[in-house]
Design a protein around this ligand. Structure first.
Ligand code: 26Q
Length: 854
């Protein structure tokens, strides 16, 4: 009976139709006659989700039976973007014959045809979905790529995060300035989540520590009597994998008030206050902190971190306990990966649970903790390293503070043993920073001490953390605790989904009709055979041109229907793109200075009497495209956005330069826009000051989509060069080894500013781009001229311009060479699949094996 009535997945067009109509008429309570695109999106999503949930249940049953070691990926950010298209691509079982039996269709094409018959266009339906934008940038998108790859690789894995009601703010550009508006992404409900009202975990804050047996040592079990309690409610998001029926789970927590009632307050007649306090619970998961690479020390942020760590660990421990294994086996069953230091409290929380609640001896507990955790570092920049005031901890998490002190005490004893009488080392390496006016907890140090492995995210970065911020730890632990796992991106979303045309061209060329290259990217190397093939180059270029037209359409739509880009010349207009969070270290300012230089140089030539045709020979057509959000409180980044928009106003309306330069700032850059922007690039910019960008991942996305890159010798650019060949990338600028010396030279005024930069800054200072307020951009030029040029724009500017000249040369006069470079790059981009990256984590850090569906 059980089996007979089991809900079945839809497998063909008819099955999909039935399911679709069923959900329109029951779940949505509408009729097909008043089903609009939004309703069609909802019904399609629920239908697809049904299939995922069926596989999700099977996956969980299989795992319960097999009880393998599981991975838990703890990340405060999961920048998922849209789910529907990705699910259609990933869950696609073997292609099935269509209704006429004359064609094999994958699930996505089958659903597309079905929707067509029902009167909908798949593209319009997909466009209804709001982005799940629960992340800032690189770190959050990395987590999203990782759960895709972990599932595709059949690794028993869970993602744990927070279900923010508001994701990263939506960016509007008004008069050239960034304006933030709330991203209430749940406005139309969320068809992908499953609320688990039955999973509600109490989480405690504040209060005091009680020692029922008197003044026992802090390493003995103690009782934390909390002052405030909230509940963590689980929301589950099924994560499909590619060509597998494994479906993993992303569990996000929402905070809600307990039904407990503050009788003390009630009795004193303070009913309203008692309710208010309950209401505050929800603020914990109300919004994502919008800082990228900047650690803001707010109490609410720390509350978010503990709320999430406590709930996730409770859940992990509950699952472990069901198996009745002894605690000593915990690290054989559980690997917890810390995505940066944001979840470091989980280390302390596990120690607390083991000592205070499970009554394990301190050392035994600590051994388990250490074997369980591993920590990924994403930055060397001081301002992004988390440090929390001890006073805040002692109020919010008094027992955790005691435990941190004890962890530190044992750790420093070991250090002292190995390096006796070295008090400077002790104070440098201590988890507690003794600074006036108050002591700080160094979360990165706590994460290192609590983990068995620490990894950086690209080779250069992993070397840098060993020689700079964590060098004392390398001395103490030896180098083997520190390792590298170079980042990757999922080719399902970033090639197949974002660039279906290129994906199709590739699968035809390498004769891989079932798109197996999306699982095994070494298959791409076959493309190299066609790199010189003129006919293939033309087809390749046609795909790029089509993608550029799509981007031009997007830009036109965002510009109220007014076209900025000259359609007639789109093929020989170089699309030069920099899209990423706006940050001084990423140097969007250097890019826009380059644009200004080009503009001034063109104007000069024209003034000297050159014809526009002559000018075009030297400065061929180019569109400079920018996009990205600034943290709301980051003054300099906001000023850079304003400068870009001001330059756009002047340049785009200057008829004298006849469309040779266009500047576009695309508002509200996000994952779904990235899927349109990235495939359209000829050239993209990854030009951070050497040593500052840990890895970068958009560099990989652009290369995978057949664009070339201009970049500094930083982050993963180094390995991209190694993989695709140095002939196929435009590198420039000073190396990270020189950065310190260059900064020193600025400090003692031993640096010369190149004449080209002087020219640019003079133009800005003259008010050319801000006639009504000539000093508007003063902080930008001051930072270079008077405040030590920390990001070394003046040191790299000349070589940046020279390299841009080379780019122009190849793109316009050696187009066939250009396309060849693009093809060869894609042929060798396979290393940057997040599948490779996850395999490295699984083998070298987690020690987990895949569990394949039978
Ligand atoms: C910390 C404390 C309080 C508030 C906010 C934060 C916070 C939030 C986000 C600190 C850092 C971040 C984000 C960091 C980030 O995105 N780093 C990027 O990670 C990518 C994936 O590894 C790398 O490719 C990028 O180079 C790196 O900048």
């Amino acid at each position: 009976l059980w089996n007979k009535h089991k809900v079945q997945k839809f497998e063909d067009a008819e099955g999909f139709d039935d399911r679709f109509i069923h959900h329109v008429e029951t779940t949505l309570a509408r009729s097909l006659y008043n089903c609009d695109d939004l309703a069609a999106y909802e019904s399609t999503s629920i239908s697809v989700r049904d299939n995922l949930v069926i596989d999700w249940n099977k996956t969980q049953q299989r795992l319960t039976a097999r009880d393998p070691k599981r991975v838990y990926y703890l990340s405060l950010e999961f920048l998922m973007g849209r789910a529907l298209d990705n699910a259609l691509i990933n869950m696609g079982s073997e292609p099935k014959p269509n209704s006429n039996g004359d064609e094999l269709l994958g699930t996505r094409d089958m659903v597309k045809d079905s929707l067509n018959d029902l009167g909908f266009r798949l593209e319009d339906v997909l466009a209804q979905e709001p982005d799940a934008a629960l992340g800032n940038g690189g770190l959050g998108r990395l987590a999203a790529c990782f759960i895709d790859s972990m599932t595709t690789e059949n690794i028993p894995a869970w993602g744990y995060g927070l279900r923010y009601e508001y994701g990263i703010f939506a960016q509007k550009i008004i008069d050239g300035y960034q304006i933030e508006t709330p991203d209430y992404w749940l406005n139309i409900g969320n068809r992908w989540e499953i609320e688990r009202h039955e999973i509600q975990i109490p989480v405690t804050f504040y209060g005091y520590v009680d020692r029922p047996d008197g003044d026992t040592p802090t390493t003995d079990p103690a009782q934390w009597i909390g002052g405030e309690r909230v509940l963590a409610v689980a929301y589950d998001f099924p994560v499909p994998g590619y060509k597998t029926t494994t479906v993993n789970n992303l569990r996000l927590w929402k905070a809600k008030p307990t039904t407990e009632f503050d009788f003390a307050k009630f009795n004193t007649g303070d009913y309203k206050n008692s309710v208010d306090q309950q209401q505050r619970a929800e603020s914990i998961t109300a919004c994502l902190y919008p800082n990228d690479n900047f650690a803001e020390g707010k109490e609410l942020r720390l509350k978010q971190q503990y709320f999430w760590c406590a709930a996730s660990l409770h859940d992990i421990i509950r699952r472990f306990k069901k198996t009745q294994r002894p605690w000593s086996e915990f690290p054989d069953q559980v690997a917890i990966q810390l995505n940066d230091t944001h979840p470091t409290l989980a280390v302390v929380e596990l120690q607390r649970v083991l000592v205070d609640l499970e009554k394990l001896p301190w050392a035994e507990a600590w051994d388990i903790v250490n074997k369980t955790f591993a920590y990924t570092n994403h930055t060397v920049m001081q301002e992004a390293l988390e440090k929390w005031p001890v006073s805040l901890f002692s109020r919010l998490l008094p027992r955790h503070l005691e435990i941190i002190y004890d962890i530190n005490w044992f750790f420093l004893q070991e250090v002292e043993k190995k390096f006796p009488d070295n008090s400077e080392l002790l104070s440098r390496i201590s988890i507690i920073e003794e600074v006036y006016p108050e002591r700080l907890i160094r979360m990165a140090f706590l994460a290192i001490v609590g983990s068995h492995k620490v990894n950086g995210v690209a080779e250069l970065h992993s070397e840098l953390i060993k020689t700079t911020i964590f060098s004392d730890f390398v001395k103490f632990y030896g180098p083997s605790k520190f390792t590298n796992v170079t980042n990757g991106i999922t080719p399902r979303r970033w090639l197949k989904q974002a660039n279906p045309e290129l994906s199709k061209l590739i699968s035809e060329a390498i004769n891989d009709p079932k798109d197996d290259f999306l699982l095994d990217m070494t298959k791409l190397t076959k493309l190299a055979e066609f790199a010189d093939d003129h006919g293939f180059q033309q087809r390749w270029n046609k795909v790029k041109e089509d993608n550029k037209i799509k981007l031009a359409d997007l830009i036109k739509n965002l510009n109220n229907g007014e076209d900025i880009i000259d359609r007639e010349h789109i093929n020989n207009t170089l699309f030069d793109i920099q899209v990423k969070r706006i940050h001084e270290y990423k140097r969007q300012q250097m890019n826009i200075f380059g644009v200004i230089y080009r503009y001034l140089a063109i104007k000069n030539l024209l003034e000297q009497g050159a014809s526009i045709e002559e000018v075009e020979k030297k400065f061929p057509r180019k569109v400079s495209i920018f996009g990205g959000k600034s943290a709301p409180g980051y003054y300099m980044a906001k000023l850079i956005i304003k400068l870009i928009n001001s330059v756009a106003d002047v340049v785009n309306s200057d008829v004298a330069i006849a469309d040779l330069i266009k500047v576009v700032f695309i508002p509200d850059y996000n994952v779904s826009k990235a899927e349109i922007i990235i495939p359209a690039s000829d050239l993209s910019e990854h030009i951070s000051t050497a040593g500052t960008e840990a890895s970068g991942t958009s560099n990989m996305k652009f290369v995978m989509n057949g664009g070339l890159i201009i970049g500094t010798v930083d982050g993963a650019n180094v390995e991209i060069t190694r993989e695709i060949g140095e002939d196929n990338i435009f590198l420039f600028g000073n190396l990270s080894e020189k950065v310190e010396e260059l900064r020193y030279n600025h400090k003692y005024r031993k640096s010369e500013m190149p004449s080209e930069l002087k020219m640019v800054l003079n133009a800005i200072e003259s008010g050319l781009f801000s006639p009504e307020n000539p000093n508007e951009f003063k902080p930008l030029w001051d930072s270079i001229k008077h405040h030590g040029d920390y990001y070394l724009v003046s040191d790299d500017f000349a070589s940046y311009l020279a390299t841009q000249e080379l780019v122009d040369q190849v793109f316009h006069y050696e187009k066939s060479e250009w396309i060849k470079k693009c093809i060869l790059s894609v042929a060798n981009v396979g290393f940057f699949s997040s599948d490779r990256c996850i395999e490295e984590y699984a083998e070298t850090i987690w020690n987990v094996e895949p569990v394949k569906p039978e």
